[in-house]
Design a protein around this ligand. Structure first.
Ligand code: ZN
Length: 303
């Protein structure tokens, strides 16, 4: 308990120092992250400075999401020092459920198949923010990386790291399993930036290339909103690599109307009401023509 209290005091001091310099954090992170590739900085002072910057904002080892009460603003930029990541599992990655709407609820990550006992690795270097049981997610490890991005690894059977540990890209952080609310053993992988839950497939290619889709990516509301995607399919990608492109894209998205499915609604009925083809309606919403509509389901009906 004393240890927790002194840690809290430590972070309070950090927060006070940083309150005067919040706008500078991102710039600092960007410039430092570029020299921090794979944790190979030789300069000890620079390394300490980067680590201090990473834990300066909302460093919370108890709560899954310390940003849950914050107002979220999009679009925002995420930058990467490397063009590849380390695969979170050693074998081939099979995605069994995508980011998006699933059984009437948001699925804010992707499910990657694994066998209980498989090693789970951090995709990038960083500092472990959270390594504990979280309701629903089960045993979970969250790593905050040096670009501000966080990756969470849920349903683990065992932890290999603890909160505040520093990790290199590819370090083992846990053992896969099915703890929490999981139907079978798998890795539920969540990617977030300051509490914005990003569709992981927008940032990363989960084929064997282990590629980061671009070193600079802009994230609009669409890519942090589950209801614009379905867990059954990978959404069509539109990589946004500059602020102006992202702003224009988000404005287009904002003009899209949402139709809430009511009793007796059919795809053909909705398509004629909004004067769009069934094909376009299905493509926009990543659903099949044979999909059954559910009452309360939200569909994007572009004008
Ligand atoms: Zn999942």
């Amino acid at each position: 308990m004393t240890k927790v209290f002194s840690l809290l005091c430590f972070f309070c001091v950090f927060n006070t120092i940083n309150a005067q310099n919040t706008s500078g954090i991102k710039h600092k992170l960007d410039s430092l992250a570029n020299v921090y590739t794979e944790y190979k900085i030789n300069n000890k002072r620079q390394k300490a400075k980067l680590e201090a910057t990473v834990i300066a904002e909302k460093w919370d080892t108890i709560n899954f999401d310390p940003y849950r009460n914050d107002v979220k603003i999009q679009p925002f930029e995420v930058t990467f020092a490397d063009s590849t990541y380390t695969s979170p599992i050693d074998g081939k990655k099979v995605i069994t459920s995508h980011y998006g709407w699933r059984r009437g609820r948001p699925h804010k990550g992707i499910d990657i198949d694994l066998v209980t006992g498989d090693t789970v690795r951090t995709m990038f270097a960083g500092i472990v923010r959270f390594a504990r049981y979280s309701s629903g997610h089960g045993r979970t490890v969250i790593v905050r990386h040096f670009n501000g991005l966080e990756t969470a690894y849920a349903h683990l059977s065992e932890y290999i790291v603890k909160a505040n540990d520093t990790v290199k890209s590819g370090d083992a952080i846990g053992i896969g399993g099915k703890s929490g609310n999981a139907r079978g053993s798998h890795l539920h992988l969540v990617v977030s930036y300051k509490g914005n839950y990003i569709n992981p497939e927008y940032l990363f290619d989960f084929s064997e290339s282990n590629a980061v889709r671009n070193k600079t990516l802009w994230i609009t509301k669409k890519w942090v909103t589950s209801r614009y995607h379905t867990s059954k399919l990978q959404s069509e990608l539109e990589l946004l690599t500059s602020q102006s492109i992202a702003v224009a894209s988000q404005e287009r998205d904002n003009r899209k109307k949402i139709h809430v499915v009511g009793r007796g609604d059919t795809l053909s009925g909705i398509s004629s009401k909004y004067r769009i083809s069934v094909t376009r309606l299905c493509k926009t919403n990543s659903i099949r023509k044979t999909s059954l509509l559910k009452i309360g389901q939200k569909l994007i009906v572009s004008l």
